[in-house]
Write a protein that binds this ligand. Structure first.
Ligand code: HSE
Length: 307
């Protein structure tokens, strides 16, 4: 029996302008999983701690993702999966993606890496499809590759790892209300105007250029979403006040994390990120809602072994 314990990171998808294509990986927020290869073929979820999630393999995102990997691997393999959830479901920081990405990464590692990290994205996407009805890759890609990632194309799948400027620091507030990705996707309009599209792809290009040239001001200017945020932000209490507070303390930009309700703010340096966290805390303390706040570096490695 071969076994490993891994850290399966939380991720922030979309990054304002890049709906379904951009995402980045967090460093100190995530789940733990223990993955074991066993002699009896088949995939079993043997333990789930910290969340009320289905244990049946075909209903569990980690189970489905690993089955997708083994189907292509083509040999009879037995896998036991223990999941220690710390990221809450429906939080908007890639809870399902952490489980799918973590599981396929660990199985691939235990099988001596028959697949590249890019190839693993496709298998992990099967978990996302089960969780939200849509096989998006903008959470699983940064969880698997680390840092910032771009899904240049879904068909064929083309995922690119971007550069991470070292001072970028993320502040995330997670209001303790659940917003299902499927609900949050249902409020989006499917048609966009050419005017909106021009603004949005200008920002996507600007953000990517800003990351590669470490131009923090350009990164900040590009963290703008004229298509999705105006529709989804109404689902998030005090979104506007949080954004104003974050920007007033020097955040480069602020927007909805994935499908919400979490809100992210990117800052240059930990000091500013902490000031932003305090300002956001002040706004949310008045709402009477429970919330968590995380300040995290960008994790340029992705999933990692912890024992
Ligand atoms: N891009 C997806 C969405 C991410 O915004 O619906 C879900 O976490």
């Amino acid at each position: 029996m071969k076994s490993i314990k891994i850290f399966a990171p939380a991720t922030v998808a979309n990054l304002s302008c890049g709906f379904d294509v951009l995402g980045c990986c967090l460093d100190n927020v995530g789940d733990e999983m223990v993955i074991t290869l066993v002699s009896e073929p088949g995939v079993k979820i043997t333990k789930i701690d910290g969340a009320d999630l289905p244990k049946e393999t075909h209903k569990n995102v980690a189970g489905v993702a690993v089955e997708a990997l083994l189907e292509i691997y083509g040999k009879n393999v037995g896998v036991h999966i223990e999941i220690y959830k710390k990221i809450k479901a429906g939080s908007g920081i890639g809870s399902s993606a952490a489980s799918s990405a973590g599981a396929v990464w660990a199985v691939n590692h235990l099988l001596d890496q028959p697949f590249t990290a890019n190839e693993l994205v496709k298998f992990a996407m099967e978990g996302e499809k089960l969780a939200s009805g849509n096989a998006h890759a903008d959470n699983v890609a940064p969880a698997l590759l680390g840092g910032f990632t771009l899904v240049r194309s879904y068909n064929p799948l083309d995922v690119i790892k971007l550069h991470t400027p070292k001072d970028l620091t993320m502040t995330v507030i997670h209001p303790q209300i659940e917003v299902k990705t499927s609900d949050s996707r249902s409020v989006i309009k499917h048609d966009v105007s050419l005017k909106q599209a021009i603004q949005q792809w200008g920002n996507v290009g600007g953000l990517i250029a800003g990351l590669f040239t470490e131009d923090y001001s350009l990164i900040g200017r590009s963290l703008e979403d004229v298509i999705i945020e105006p529709l989804r932000s109404i689902l998030i209490p005090e979104f506007k006040a949080v954004k104003e507070a974050a920007l007033s303390k020097g955040a480069l930009g602020c927007g909805i994390s994935g499908s919400g309700p979490s809100i992210f703010a990117l800052s240059k340096g930990k000091e500013t990120a902490n000031l932003v966290a305090e300002a956001i805390r002040e706004v949310y303390s008045k709402t009477g809602l429970d919330f968590d706040i995380h300040v995290s570096k960008i994790n340029s490695q992705g999933v990692k072994i912890i024992t």
